[in-house]
Design a protein around this ligand. Structure first.
Ligand code: CDT
Length: 371
């Protein structure tokens, strides 16, 4: 068959390179008694490997340094507080428990995306808890963006059945209050257009030529098109998403008569993970770096793993082979985003927002009247 050569979609490689070597750093299980220092030692091993592979952006999972504690009912406030990180001088990179990871990223000249349980306003009396992810830029040598998880799954109260898997995020966290704000990360691509060039963003000629446009999500957010589209509308080129997804939780997930074993349930959860991130990447024409905590945590709670990097066509380009600490490295070409952004998902030409009002006016379902 003749190859198709005479159709341009903006991915012909002309112009400065917009390729970034990215690593998803999947983490195996972390148990309640595991010290953060042990986990950090494991992360350092992955960072060492990343450095040898020329990685420029290192992405860690949701609540990366401790067990996924929202599965446990913790009624003692002091015990609960131990899972939270406190910024120092308003800087997450100085938070005592996390500082070594930021310091290593600085030493290696690597950008870092890390999830943690945030105790905000920790110096005052009023503590607010969020499920948070921040982005450290090595070029700027500071945290340049913060995201607080918007979609908190699960329940406030634990289930009655003693064996149930709980997800008490609604009990422990406030819903994120920072929205879905995309941001540019400096120092990652060759010769990006900047304000100093005198050119303006959002011009036909300058689209996709500035510093990379990033967005962050946390776990459950990835299942919601409402989380992806605000980023898509800001021209996002790469979404970073850490997660802890349980492989067995009938109370939370409901049951399916076709699913008869725990292994089948885990495979179904893996399928839904991929379905969500592949669709989100495709319909917003962006890369997504999806990074899990995995394996059997706290002795009996299986996490699905299945970390993967998805390209802007929605294809999985690399996925985890293990259920333990593992580095997924891929060179992501941001120019690849231009295909979808310029054609099928050229929002400015095809979207019809006059018909989308119901999505922001309404939360729950309102069925049509009965016939
Ligand atoms: N951490 C997290 O958000 N986990 C959820 C579990 C879903 S159970 C309702 C997830 O969406 O993967």
């Amino acid at each position: 068959m003749e190859p198709i050569t005479n159709i341009t979609n903006g991915t012909n490689g002309a112009g400065p390179s917009r390729k970034i070597v990215v690593a998803g750093a999947q983490l195996g299980p972390i148990d309640v008694p595991t010290a953060r220092s042990e986990v950090i030692a494991r992360i350092f091993k992955l960072m060492d490997e990343a450095k040898t592979k020329g990685v420029k952006l290192f992405v860690l999972p949701e609540i990366a340094l401790v067990t996924f504690f929202p599965r446990h009912l913790i009624t003692n406030p002091e015990e609960l507080e131990k899972y939270f990180e406190r910024e120092v001088d308003g800087d997450p990179a100085k938070a005592h428990n996390m500082k070594p990871v930021f310091d290593k990223a600085r030493e290696y000249g690597m950008d870092l995306s890390i999830g943690y349980a945030e105790c905000a306003d920790a110096s005052g009396d009023k503590h607010e808890h969020y499920n948070t992810n921040v982005y450290y830029s090595a070029a700027a040598d500071k945290v340049i963006a913060k995201y607080r998880k918007v979609h908190l799954p699960g329940t406030v109260e634990p289930y009655e059945r003693p064996d149930a898997t709980n997800q008490l995020e609604k009990r422990y966290f406030k819903p994120g209050n920072l929205g879905f704000k995309a941001f540019r990360a400096p120092g990652l691509v060759e010769s990006p257009l900047t304000k100093a060039s005198g050119k303006a963003a959002n011009d036909k000629e300058t689209l996709g030529r500035g510093d990379p446009i990033m967005g962050m999500m946390i776990c459950n957010d990835r299942r919601w098109p409402e989380a992806w589209r605000p980023y898509g509308l800001q021209g996002v080129e790469m979404v970073l998403c850490g997660y802890n997804t349980t492989g067995w939780a009938p109370e939370l997930l409901g049951t399916n008569p076709k699913i008869k074993t725990k292994e089948m349930a885990k495979n179904e959860a893996l399928f839904h993970n991929k379905l969500s991130v592949q669709h989100g990447s495709y319909s917003n024409a962006c890369w997504s770096i999806n990074v899990a905590k995995c394996g059997m945590e706290d002795g009996k709670y299986p996490l699905i793993g299945g970390s993967c990097i998805v390209d802007p066509d929605g294809e999985v380009v690399i996925e985890a082979k293990t259920e333990g600490d593992e580095l997924l490295v891929w060179e992501c070409d941001l120019d690849f985003c231009k295909r979808g952004k310029g054609k099928v998902f050229a929002f400015e030409r095809h979207r019809r927002p006059e018909h989308y009002g119901i999505m922001v006016e309404q939360t729950g379902v309102k069925e049509p009247d009965f016939l």
